[in-house]
Every structure is written in structure tokens, then in C-alpha cells.
Ligand binder design. Structure first.
Ligand SMILES: Nc1nc2c(ncn2[C@@H]2O[C@H](COP(=O)(O)OP(=O)(O)OP(=O)(O)O)[C@@H](O)[C@H]2O)c(=O)[nH]1
Ligand SMILES: [Mg+2]
Length: 487
């Protein structure tokens, strides 16, 4: 989910902070949920941060701390802290309100004398596990506990009535800074990182994708659960064939999709990193939804990876595309499958055929893909084109080519590294860029993540759309040739 702070406002913050720096989004209530506990999990100990609130009066305000947030239950002493207003009622109106340094008398008692020493103390922030970001001595209390979204905003239970207690307001007041309105569409906390922003994150996304919310994820899941192939095709399940170089993430893609519907990380298909192919058996995997205990109406067909030094039998691949090869067929590069094999499916119908091919390509090795592997894929594409089978590329392992995506996949569509890899793959494969879908498979995670699920399901939805197009096309061809669908 892209951050909301525009470049001009970021530049303004850099000027106020007084040194070259850039901003990394740590926490965002519309994405991560509005909970004090989550805020502390994501922001404690992260060094300097900027907190930004966007209220429903179109006013943007917040605060900067050069010290880390903590959950110690005490004040954060920071003489560089400030609160600010960026925008007021929809118009740009930047103003910085610096911290007031309180002079405190500290009494030192030694055996012989009592001395009073002046000490400067700043009540810049308050770190408590029960509270979201809090500035000053109650100047800006954002929220405590957990706040549920109300329609399209969060009605924060904090207050700004003490604004001006610990920060100098230069004649302004809480109303002219915040409208005294804590109904916010969002609250973001950014880590302030020294140095200029790396080029990897672009100002504008290269592909429009704005909704990374849990609601969107649920909606996508519902859509996939409701998916049925084109009714007239009389096909029980759409068949998506996963193809690609060894170790590119084919089995992991199936495992990841299976995990989403199992509601936990699963690894039914063996995956791993070995010199040779891990998958040696052709598998047509169905996926069962854990809640409804129903199978989804598509199959992910996992196959052996293309390997240098192992000649791929293109006839065998044609048999897979045409539906002549059964589930659980053990590939044997020495003895390819032939029509004499007793398991050979004669007269396959549309149920057995592949309806969409998804090439799985490791984004971190696009540059080093060998010519022989490329040649194999091109050769196969010719066979697919002859049959009119649609093709898609799943650009996997995007977490390996961009640190920001590794931190958080919601940066995928602003990552220049992902954009470059995608353009390169589209070019190599001769496919439109819209047919290349970035994904991150589950590999080291122990828990499901909303953003990862959304990317995976987006890719799967496209495969199913394409599979439907293929079935439609077959029906049309057969109708025009006067054949029935069983032929
Ligand atoms: N970081 C990262 N690692 C991944 C991703 N997808 C797969 N992997 C890892 O890459 C390795 C190979 O993944 P597999 O799913 O076994 O690849 P495959 O294409 O099925 O490989 P073969 O069956 O050998 O052809 C495993 O160690 C996975 O954990 C991804 O999106 N990100
Ligand atoms: Mg595999």
C-alpha cells in the first residue's frame, strides 16, 4: 500500500529535520490495523520517526521524534522533537512547532551540602504499550487500545486539547492545527533514514494497485471460492500448468495458494533448492478450502523444471497440454512418455486439457537465464500458440530483488527493480507486460500475510480469466465446426 505523504511534504520534513534523509513506512493503520500494540511492535526501537495523521477535514498534521518510540511507560526526552501541520482544510499550510525545553530544578544532596542544579528536560513523547503515538505532555494523544474502522475512517479516542503544553504554537492553537478533529482516514509512522532516498522506490506506481486491505483479500478469496469454469464448457475445473526453469518457484506457488485456503502455511508439494529438479512427478493439485471443506474449481498442475543438460521431450509436453498424461506420472528423461504407455489418456476432452500456462520465472535470475532454457521455453510457446493456449508469467521471488519489497510486498508496484525485471521478462517471452504478474511465494514465513496473499490471488485470478477465455474460444471453434464438446 503506497504511503500518502507526497514529495513536497517529504521535502518539507527534510528541511525541518535539517539533514539529508528519507522516509520508510513502518506502520499504517489502514493497512496494519489501529492498535497500540501493533504500533509498538512495528515502531519501538526504530530510531527517529515521523508520525502523520490525515483527518476527515483534509488536514494533515503530526510529529517528529529523533528518539525511538518505546513501551516503557515514561516520557521521551528529545530536544529535537517538533510537531507540525502540513495541510489545513485541503490547502498546503506547512508550519513547524518546536519542543519547549522545561527547566527543572534537580536537588543534589551530598553529605555536606545541598545543591540545586538546573536541568533541561523535554516532554517530547510518551511511550506506553496502551497508547499509540503520543506527543508532549498530552499535546497530541492519538489513540489508546484498539480502534475499529468506522466506514472509511477511524474515530481516534485520543485528544489534542493540551496542544501547546510542551510545544510552542507560535500563536496557533489546536483548532488551527488539527481542527480538533481526530477522525482520521489514516495515521502513518515513517522511520527517518539518513541519506538520500534509494532509487528503488518510485514516486508513482508503475501499475495501479491501491487496495491492500484485509477486506480486499477476503473479497478475492470469496471470488476464487465462487469460481466456476465457463458453464457451457462442461468442465469441472480449470487446469493451470506451471512451467519453468528448475527452482523458479513452481511448487512453492502451489504451496502458497494452498496455504491461503488452508489458513496456515503448508508445503504439500516438495520444494527446495537442489542442483537437479526437486519435482519429478506430474501432479494435478486440487485445493480444498478449510472453512467450507469444498474443493476449488481449478487445478494447479506442477511439472518438472527445465534443466540445462537434460533434453526436454517436446512431444511429452504436447501430451501434457493436450491432456494425454495422467496425474502422478513420474517423469523419466531417459524414457519419455509415448502413446504406447498403458496410462496414456486416449481421446482427452476439454476436462483433461491445459487451459492456461503459467511460466514461473525467478526474478532474481532473469539476467542469467541460459540460452538453452530460453530456447526450450520458446519452443514450447510455439506449441501453445498453435493450440491457442493463453500464457502468463508469474514473476516469482520479487523479495530477492528489492529490499523494500522484502520488507513489505505492498511496495511491489513502486519498486523500480520489480518493474525492470518485469519489462525484461515480457520482452524475452514476447508477451504483453500486463501478462506478467509479480508474486512472492511463502518460503521462510510461518504466518500468512495479507499483502502476499493479495499478490498471489491476483495472479491466480488472471490465470482463471485466461483459462475461461480459452474454453470460450474452444467452444466457439467447435460450434463453428459443428462438433460437440466431447470430441
Ligand atoms: N525468497 C523466495 N524464495 C522462494 C520463492 N519461491 C520459491 N522460493 C524458494 O526457491 C526454492 C525453489 O522453489 P521450488 O518451489 O521448489 O521451485 P520449483 O520451480 O518447484 O523447482 P523444481 O521442482 O526443482 O523445478 C525453494 O527453496 C523455495 O523456498 C519466493 O517467492 N521468494
Ligand atoms: Mg517443484
Amino acid at each position: 500500500m503506497p504511503d500518502l505523504l507526497n514529495k513536497a511534504y517529504k521535502d518539507q520534513l527534510v528541511t525541518w529535520i535539517g539533514k539529508s534523509c528519507h522516509f520508510r513506512l513502518l506502520y499504517k493503520i489502514s493497512r496494519d490495523g489501529c492498535s497500540a500494540q501493533t504500533f509498538h511492535q512495528k515502531c519501538d526501537g526504530q530510531g527517529p520517526t515521523v508520525t502523520v495523521l490525515y483527518n476527515t477535514s483534509k488536514t494533515i498534521f503530526g510529529g517528529y521524534l529523533s528518539q525511538s518510540w518505546n513501551s516503557n511507560g515514561g516520557y521521551i526526552n528529545d530536544n529535537r522533537a517538533f510537531v507540525f501541520r502540513m495541510q489545513y482544510n485541503g490547502s498546503s499550510s506547512p508550519k513547524k512547532f518546536p519542543i519547549i525545553q522545561a527547566e527543572l530544578d534537580r536537588t543534589n544532596k551530598s553529605r555536606h551540602k545541598i545543591s540545586v542544579k538546573k536541568e533541561r528536560k523535554c516532554y517530547a513523547g510518551f511511550g506506553s504499550i496502551d497508547c499509540g503515538p503520543s506527543f508532549g505532555n498530552g499535546d497530541i494523544k492519538t489513540f489508546s487500545g484498539q480502534i475499529k474502522r468506522t466506514r472509511n475512517y477511524f474515530d481516534l479516542n485520543g485528544s489534542v486539547s493540551c496542544l501547546g503544553d510542551s510545544y510552542t504554537l507560535h500563536g496557533e492553537n489546536s483548532n488551527s492545527i488539527t481542527n480538533d478533529n481526530l477522525q482520521v482516514s489514516d495515521l502513518e509512522v515513517y522511520r527517518v533514514v539518513d541519506g538520500d532516498a534509494p532509487q528503488s522506490i518510485l514516486e508513482k506506481p508503475w501499475r495501479e494497485y491501491t487496495d491492500w486491505t484485509e477486506e480486499k483479500m477476503k473479497e478475492m478469496k470469496e471470488n476464487l471460492l465462487a469460481y466456476k469454469p465457463v458453464a457451457e464448457a462442461n468442465v469441472q475445473a480449470a487446469n493451470i500448468l506451471l512451467l519453468g526453469p528448475i527452482g523458479s518457484g513452481k511448487s512453492s506457488f502451489f504451496n502458497s495458494i494452498n496455504s491461503i485456503f488452508s489458513k496456515r502455511i503448508t508445503s504439500k508439494a516438495c520444494s527446495g533448492s537442489f542442483e537437479h529438479c526437486v519435482t519429478t512427478m506430474y501432479r494435478q493439485y486440487k485445493i480444498k478450502d478449510r472453512s467450507s471443506r469444498k474443493y476449488l474449481n481449478f487445478r494447479l498442475c506442477d511439472s518438472r523444471g527445465f534443466e540445462e543438460g537434460f533434453a526436454m521431450d517436446t512431444q511429452e509436453m504436447s501430451f501434457i497440454l493436450d491432456g494425454n498424461i495422467p496425474d502422478r506420472y513420474q517423469f523419466n528423461p531417459m524414457v519419455p512418455f509415448t502413446s504406447d504407455n498403458p496410462k496414456f489418456i486416449n481421446n482427452p476432452n476439454l476436462n483433461n486439457k491445459i487451459h492456461c500456462v503459467a511460466f514461473v520465472i525467478d526474478s532474481s535470475s532473469v539476467e542469467v537465464m541460459s540460452d538453452s532454457v530460453l530456447e526450450k521455453m520458446k519452443d514450447l510457446q510455439v506449441r501453445m500458440n498453435q493450440r491457442g493456449i493463453p500464457q502468463i508469467v508469474l514473476l516469482a521471488k520479487i523479495d530477492k530483488i528489492c529490499l523494500d519489497v522484502n520488507d513489505d510486498v505492498t511496495s511491489t508496484f513502486t519498486s523500480s527493480a520489480v518493474c525492470e525485471a518485469l519489462e525484461k521478462v515480457a520482452d524475452i517471452m514476447g508477451l504483453p507486460r500486463a501478462h506478467v504478474l509479480p508474486v512472492k511465494n511463502y518460503e521462510s514465513e510461518t504466518k500468512l500475510k495479507t499483502g502476499v496473499n493479495i499478490l498471489l490471488m491476483e495472479a491466480l485470478e488472471r490465470c482463471l480469466d485466461f483459462a475461461d477465455d480459452f474454453m470460450d474460444d474452444q467452444l466457439y471453434t467447435w460450434a463453428s465446426e459443428g462438433k460437440d464438446i466431447e470430441s
